[in-house]
Structures are given as structure tokens and as C-alpha cells.
Design a protein. Sequence first.
Length: 236
Amino acid sequence: MMLFVRSLLFHLVFFAWTAFCAFALLWVFVLPRRQMVRVITLYFRSLYPLEKYILGLTYEVRGIEHLPSGACIIASKHQSAYETLKLHVLFGDPAIVLKRELMWIPLWGWYQAKSGMIPVDRGAGGVAMASMIANAKTAVEQGRKIVIFPQGTRVGPKRHRAYKSGVAALAEAYQLPIVPMALNAGRFWPRHAFLIHPGTVVFELLPAMPQGLPRAELMARLESQLEAATNKLMQA
């Protein structure tokens, strides 16, 4: 019963606060992109007290020493809405590869567009990959971290979905290191679930993948290492 009450209270406060901020922060559109992102990041940071004190949900980051100082690709597992709310907190000014349809959401999509996210039309095949690579050029030149979900969508724990080669194509195009990121957010905030459980979400950055590998070998290694690290976190 208490879990239901805490989850209900969080959802009510979260959506009310998000709606308020979406309108209250409209003035940031007059700012340069980088300054706007700094303000938006304050919104994401403001969610932590709600998560901690209402849900009893916190997080920790491991392996930060594996993160390069310049542009790189963060190949992340995607289990929950939770990690999407933490990407700006973790990486400051990330360029997130996301579904093009998300850019069409009123207000929320406008912020995504102005922040310099990388939209992808998932139904366009090879054209989508070429478009993603072209759209990533500015982010690479800005030295930003590019966050991509190799499986393309949220995948719950103990479920499998094939890894897509877009992450390898992006790395090849710009000679960027790939840093895998394992997590266990789905253990506490399950996909499409109302109830959110207390605990500590772990984000674990793994050593960068070797560069120059054939694409098939790179993808096989990425999937093997990322799945193994994620499974270990889920069982801890």
C-alpha cells in the first residue's frame, strides 16, 4: 500500500512540476543554445529531491574515469524513463539520439530541438542512418557526448532485442571512442509500470571499446560486454 501511495504522489508531483517548468522556462528560447541547456539541466537536477524523498530512489555513477574529456559515444542500455531524466545530470550537454516523433511533442519537443538533440526516423532504414550521421556532425564539432541506445528502444530486464549497427557507423564516421554504459534502472522503475520501487540505480561506464575493429566484431563485443555488465548489476 505504501509503495502505491508513494508512487502516486510522485507521479502527481512530477507531472505537475514538469508542466509548470515547461511553461515557466519558455524564456530560455531567447538564450544561446549552451546557456539554455544549463538552465534546462537545473530542471533535471530538481527532480532528484522528489525521487529521493518521495520514492526513496537514488543513484550512483561508477567508472567515470573511463569517460574521455572530449566528444565520444555513450552506448547505453535503455530500460526505463529514469535514465533519460539523468543524462543531462551525468553528461552536462549530451546530444541524445532519439526518435524523430519525440521532437513533435508540444513544448517538450521544442526544448529537445533547441538543445541540439539528434533525431532519427527509425522507419527509414539506410536513409535514417545517413541522416543520423549528418545530424551528429555539429555535436561532434562541439565536443559533446553523443548518447545512443544501441537497441533502439526501452528493453526490460531479462528481455532481448537485437543491437543496431548505427552506433558503429557513427563511431566510424567521426573516429569516436565508444564508451558502453550499463545500468539497472529497470529493476526499480520498470518500463510502462506505475509502481516505482526504492533503491539505488547504478550507472556503470565501462572501458572504451577498441577502435579500428571490423563492424561485426565491434557490435558483438559491445553487446557481450554491455549485457554481461547489466546482468551483473541486475543481480546485485
